[in-house]
Design a protein around this ligand. Structure first.
Ligand SMILES: C[S@@+](CC[C@H](N)C(=O)[O-])C[C@H]1O[C@@H](n2cnc3c(N)ncnc32)[C@H](O)[C@@H]1O
Length: 401
């Protein structure tokens, strides 16, 4: 074991893998710049763009008899505009730069990181596990593009027992979301678990499954919310699972990670009380979504529930918001955004065997923006936040006892 790896305050025998990449002062400065740039590009610029659209582009087009009342029409009208081109260029580059800004420090620390991850897998001091399947076939939808411009995507491995992509995804996402500590992560899990406790105060899940868990950052908070729950996270990408396993074992949180395709899982029928996911379904084709939802139906026990955080469906947002979300389809290596969002989640769940009357799609309050509000927003509720700005869109269902 590397001698200079810092030990956790709680004396975990597994060092904190998240701290091993030690950026130089210059690299840190670069990361902070990238965080600010991305935040500006994704939070402030769209509002400026909307003002330009409302005040200039829309009236100009209206004068020519063009209505611009759907996302495609808005996209066509905005594409040649300088305001859009500036926004889009900045946003694309900010996204790419966030991940690039962590790569050098990761490369330097990689041998040490691999050692820590191996140690975690060998010792499992928290009682979790890591089950990998080197023979698992990676679907083309994962391997064709570097999803959301993450260099190397999720699954790539360059050396034995590689964790590089785990580091790039985790540490890059910290820069990306301007949260420099992973302890502030897991916001979606906190939102959903708070809402579940409000909706079903007697619900005591014994086993929870997180689909497309990456490194489990939106799984770990459920273990804190439901003490004693057995936590399982599945993903296709071994480097992300190795990384997540090392984090959980360091934190003293028991999580069972396994490398599986969520379209066909190896757990027995009715094994889970709660199935969750976050930022997952928009990354797979609709055909795969149908298979995953069928797996959720098979794996949920009577009385169980599932909640998936996702991008809001087209039919639930106005034309401008629709246009805003679909930017990623063409520009951010997210080819399934538009097709996923075009689906009616209620119908998708019904087709997978869930009772339509128990299916839901709603916006939940963010924990920081709404510390005292636990219940979901009504779609027509005045002042309702939009997804990603104070609220989180989720869809899901439950099974009768
Ligand atoms: C954007 S990430 C999800 C992030 C994570 N859930 C979170 O909240 O931070 C999408 C993840 O889904 C995984 N994935 C994509 N297709 C999958 C599949 N068919 N089965 C399991 N995992 C899959 C990818 O490897 C990736 O880690």
């Amino acid at each position: 074991m590397a001698s200079n790896a810092p030990l956790d305050r709680r004396n975990s025998v597994i060092p904190d893998i998240e701290t091993l990449a030690r950026p130089t002062l210059e690299e840190r400065g670069r990361q902070r710049f990238c965080s600010a740039l991305r935040r500006y590009a994704i939070q402030d610029m769209p509002e400026m763009l909307k003002r330009d659209f409302d005040a200039r582009v829309k009236p100009q087009r209206a004068a020519k008899g063009e209505a611009l009342d759907d996302a495609l029409a808005i996209e066509r009208a905005m594409k040649p505009e300088a305001s859009y081109r500036f926004y889009s260029t900045l946003r694309y580059n900010a996204q790419e730069m966030c991940f690039l800004s962590v790569q050098d420090s990761i490369e330097r620390a990689l041998p040490e990181m691999i050692e820590v991850s191996r140690e975690a897998a060998a010792r499992n001091p928290a009682g979790g596990s890591l089950r990998l399947d080197p023979a698992l076939e990676m679907p083309r939808y994962l391997t064709t593009l570097d999803v959301h411009l993450t260099p190397g995507c999720f699954h790539s491995e360059w050396v034995e027992d590689d964790v590089a992509q785990g580091a790039v995804v985790s540490l890059g996402a910290r820069v990306f979301s301007a949260t420099m500590s992973h302890r502030s992560w897991g916001g979606v899990a906190r939102v959903i678990s708070r809402w579940i406790k409000h909706e079903r105060p007697d619900f005591r899940p014994l086993r929870i499954l997180d689909l497309g868990t990456s490194s489990g950052k939106n799984l770990i908070p459920y273990v804190e919310a439901f003490p004693g729950v057995e936590a399982y996270g599945v993903d296709l990408a071994a480097p992300l699972l190795r990384w997540g396993h090392a984090v959980a074992e360091h934190e003293g949180i028991k999580v069972h990670f396994s490398q599986q395709n969520a379209e066909a899982l190896d757990f027995p029928d009715g094994y889970f009380d709660l199935i969750v996911s976050s930022f997952f379904f928009h990354e797979i084709p609709v055909k795969a979504t149908r298979k995953v939802l069928a797996e959720c139906r098979r794996l949920l026990r009577p009385g169980g529930m599932m909640v998936h955080q996702e991008l809001p469906a087209t039919r639930l947002v106005d034309a401008w918001e629709d246009y805003f979300w679909n930017w990623d389809t063409d520009n951010n290596n997210e080819p399934f955004y538009t097709a996923f969002r075009a689906q009616d989640p209620i119908a998708l769940m019904e087709a997978a065997g869930f009772d339509r009357t128990r299916n839901f799609a709603q916006i939940l309050p963010d924990v920081n923006a709404y510390p005292d509000r636990h219940h979901a927003f009504g779609w027509d509720e005045p002042g309702r936040p939009r997804h990603g700005k104070g609220g989180w869109y989720v869809f899901g269902s439950s099974l009768p006892l």
